[in-house]
Design a protein around this ligand. Structure first.
Ligand SMILES: Nc1ccn([C@@H]2O[C@H](COP(=O)(O)OP(=O)(O)OP(=O)(O)O)[C@@H](O)[C@H]2O)c(=O)n1
Ligand SMILES: [Mg+2]
Length: 364
């Protein structure tokens, strides 16, 4: 059997970028051989194994053909007679369809090295269409490598448009879309992900109601990248572009953390930017449930400078975030025990706590 490094690890090695994850392909072996060597099988549909020590993925060379819509109709053929070239042919992009042997020699039957130089994201063959998720992958690679000058090849663009027109994107499950999109949001140029999808007529299938990607979206995400905001903040800011953000959240099954921050930013963002007295401050802190959810509140605060830019408002003062954290600390310091000792309960107690918090905010 021969073992080759494949996919992203070869691509990133040739680009001189750090390799975070390594995938291997095994030619000329059977599943039984792999098991007898101590590998464990992971893929149910595909013969993929984990190395006994490194736990990296080793896949038997295979060919794939799709015979139906969605994820139902995959015919996978793995056997010792499938060649490396055949395995590479089923892959998405030429830059992902290269292999490296243990001597460091590159196997590159589809022009991956040339496309790395030309900075082209180009499909290997019409088999690209067999997995509509690849449209999202191409868009994500664009977001990652735009800084290096990578663009989608015109023919690949055409192909992606025809996939969009076929309605195949509808077969993508929300979890897979979210996985690609959330990764894309953390790339250096997340706006390119959405631009590429828009050009491929695939944007509205991902973010319902959004057909064209607005210029304001570019500025919004660029600002979020510059501020090094975490995923939840980036998603919350992105959702400002939607007239029906809950529709996005449903469509993508957005996890609660991101979804709730998006709701909070909408409900409390402007009020927080405008608040200038103790009553306003307390109302915002309450509205954000800041005492019980301090981490979420910190993320909310981190979004505010970008939100201000988005609304064409002056950026909050440099110490605005600290001031909010101080206000939170002040209301947290209000001691409930003596009020309980007074025998206060229910509504009376709540009112009394609120007025004490208000008083402490006013005194600072
Ligand atoms: N829908 C897909 C998913 C994966 N691949 C192939 O499988 C390899 C490994 O997939 P994955 O690890 O998901 O992507 P990488 O290219 O390694 O990129 P990343 O840096 O994001 O891991 C890819 O390079 C590509 O050759 C593919 O052709 N089509
Ligand atoms: Mg990989």
């Amino acid at each position: 059997m021969q073992i080759y490094l494949v996919g992203g690890a070869v691509r990133d090695t040739l680009l001189g970028r750090p390799v975070l994850e390594r995938d291997w392909v095994v030619v000329g072996a059977t599943a039984e051989q792999m098991l007898s060597l101590g590998y464990t099988q992971v893929g149910k549909d595909f013969p993929v194994f984990l190395h006994p020590h490194s736990h990296e993925e080793y896949a038997l060379a295979r060919t794939e053909r799709k015979s139906g819509r969605g994820y139902t109709g995959f015919v996978c053929h793995a056997s010792p007679d499938v060649s490396l070239e055949e395995d590479l042919a089923r892959r998405d992009l030429t830059i992902n369809a290269m292999a490296m042997d243990d001597q460091g020699h590159i196997v590159d039957p589809y022009g991956g090295q040339s496309d790395l130089q030309l900075r082209q994201l180009r499909h290997v063959s019409p088999a690209f269409s067999e997995d509509p998720l690849r449209i999202l992958r191409v868009a994500r690679f664009a977001a990652r490598y735009a800084e290096l000058g990578f663009q989608v090849a015109p023919a690949t663009n055409e192909l992606m448009r025809s996939i969009s027109a076929s309605g195949e994107l509808e077969s993508l499950v929300p979890e897979r879309i979210w996985k690609e999109m959330s990764r894309a949001l953390m790339e250096p140029k997340p706006q390119c992900f959405f631009q590429v999808l828009a050009t491929a007529n695939a944007l509205s299938g991902i973010l319902p109601g959004l057909c064209d990607w607005p210029d304001t979206g570019d500025d919004l995400l660029q600002h979020a990248v510059t501020a090094q905001l975490p995923l939840a903040c980036r998603y919350a800011l992105l959702s400002l572009l939607s007239e029906q953000p809950e529709r996005w959240a449903e469509h993508l099954k957005v996890p609660n953390e991101e979804r709730q921050l998006a709701q909070l930013l909408r409900r409390q963002g402007s009020a927080c930017l405008q608040a200038d007295n103790a009553e306003d401050w307390l109302t915002v802190l309450e509205g954000c449930d800041a005492l019980r959810r301090p981490e979420r509140f910190a993320q909310f605060l981190a979004c505010l400078p970008t939100l201000a830019v988005f609304h064409g408002q002056p950026a909050p003062a440099a110490n605005a975030m600290q001031n909010w954290q101080m206000r939170l600390a002040h209301i947290k310091a209000v001691d409930v025990a003596p009020l309980l000792a007074l025998g206060l309960k229910g509504k009376d107690l709540a009112q009394r706590i609120r007025s004490e918090r208000l008083a402490i905010l006013q005194s600072h």
